[in-house]
Design a protein. Structure first.
Length: 454
């Protein structure tokens, strides 16, 4: 058993800093690199990509990254875990295998985790009388079944541990929980078991702290943000974990940002929900038991964590098509910038009404005045130099949404004066992906772990 295991975060979402995982591998010692690529809407985006091209449906950035760092992780014996496989896990794994073979690296074991994608089984579940309802509204799945674009179960650490136990150096899966990507290495290295709830809670909270990448090492940090150093070279967080269940949050030396008690606290609050019951597939963690202490420069020690038995359900992330939307903008300048923007909004709304267009929602925001705080913002100063009119519509009729996009530009010559910000052309019409969270009994889900080797 190792005395210490270092799990580094290299990706907080698909589109995060491309250099971060490379820096984690090259700027200091780590044992594991975890990469979280998925948000709720990402699966539907990937599903659409695969519908257009069967070989697509995963985060291509992951394959490019592996090509860049593969020599490093082999030399330094680093293992990589990710959920970059999206809706085409095997396609992603095969692309990684091809890259390894291209570079001449033989014997690289790639762990492939499947079983999270249940979209093909939804009708089967309903036919068997299994209730699948929206956790927020109670709406039955049957009401939107024909509009579903993606349905994926949040899998925990168990298949990840299985892949590590089988010797995988690189692991790729679909909707694996971000917390599981950190918990699994600790279970594998320390021999922790799936019935020790405190240990599972420790690894889960460790994963929660680093799941958003630089957000816990100074990025997006409210506390004393003006004095956080060198954010242009921010160091992503690392967990240094010990067999006794304590761990330290830190980052590589000579990197920017900061790891402090306030920065870690802010991340702990992110998407926390009930602090007594942070529910994952592996455990129900109690955030009120967390103890944070200063452990030196850019080091926060975490201890005292407790958890309790997990639930009999998996959470399912279902995305479905819910109409269309478009958002257009124009900028009005001093004098009377706010009055001009409000007048343009009134004119545009009346024209849309006269055209007989139907929308579920028309939403107007005045950027620079109330786009962030709404009615709490109050009135702006009379001499405000500029205001952006941002108006969006959503509805079920795409033709009506498209007609809206053709009414923004005419305001330039037929509305209030001193307007700019229209060089980008007409706004785009976009399909709306709505989120349908649900629960499903765990015994209905079968995961599969496969090892392919270069």
């Amino acid at each position: 058993m190792k005395e210490k295991v270092r799990v580094a975060s290299g990706q907080g979402f698909w589109g995060d800093m491309l250099t971060a995982p490379i820096d984690q591998v090259r700027k200091g010692p780590i044992d594991y690199l975890m990469l979280d690529y998925l948000a709720e809407v990402t699966m539907s985006i990937m599903q659409k990509q695969r519908a257009r091209r069967p070989e697509a449906g995963y985060a291509r950035d992951y394959v490019s990254l592996i090509k860049e760092i593969l020599p490093d992780i082999i030399e330094k014996d680093i293992k990589v875990l990710s959920n970059a496989g999206g809706v085409n896990v095997m396609g992603c794994a095969e692309a990684i295998r091809d890259v390894a073979q291209e570079l001449g690296h033989k014997g690289v074991k790639i762990g492939v985790i499947t079983g999270d994608d249940i979209m093909p089984r939804l009708q089967e579940f309903l036919d068997k009388g299994i209730e699948i309802n929206n956790m927020d509204t109670g709406e039955p799945l049957a009401d939107i079944l024909d509009k579903v674009q993606a349905a994926n179960v949040y899998l925990g650490a168990r298949p990840l541990v299985e892949a590590l136990d089988q010797g995988a150096r690189i692991i790729v899966g679909g909707r694996l929980t971000d917390t599981g990507l950190t918990l699994a290495p600790l279970m594998h290295e320390f021999g922790w078991t799936f019935d020790n709830w405190n240990q599972l809670a420790i690894g889960t909270i460790a994963g929660h702290i680093i799941e958003c990448g630089g957000q816990c090492s100074g990025g997006n940090c409210q506390y004393d943000w003006q004095n956080i150093p060198d954010l242009e070279d921010i160091g992503f967080p690392i967990i240094e974990a010990y067999p006794n269940g304590e761990f330290v949050v830190t980052k590589h030396e000579n990197t920017g940002g900061i790891v402090s008690i306030p920065s870690v606290k802010e991340q702990l609050l992110y998407e926390m929900g009930d602090p007594h019951e942070y529910i994952t597939p592996d455990v129900v963690a109690d955030f009120t038991t967390i103890n944070l202490t200063d452990d030196g420069e850019n080091r926060v020690r975490v201890s005292g964590i407790q958890g309790k038995e997990n639930t009999e359900f998996y959470k399912v992330s279902i995305a479905y098509s819910s109409g269309w939307k478009s958002v257009g903008t124009l900028v009005y300048s001093y004098p009377d910038a706010y009055e001009k923007a409000k007048a343009a909004d009134r004119i545009l709304r009346k024209r849309l009404e006269n055209l007989g267009l139907e929308f579920d929602v028309i939403l107007t925001e005045f950027v620079g005045v109330n786009a962030t705080h709404g009615h709490l913002s109050g009135e702006p100063p009379k001499d405000i130099p500029e205001v952006q009119l941002r108006i969006g519509v959503r509805g079920q009729n795409r033709d009506d949404i498209t007609r809206f996009t053709k009414e923004i530009a005419p305001l330039i010559l037929t509305g209030p004066p001193a307007v700019t910000g229209f060089a980008g052309g007409r706004p785009k019409v976009e399909e709306i992906m709505a989120y349908f969270p649900a629960l499903i009994p765990k015994d209905l889900i079968e995961t599969k772990v496969e090892i392919i080797e270069t």
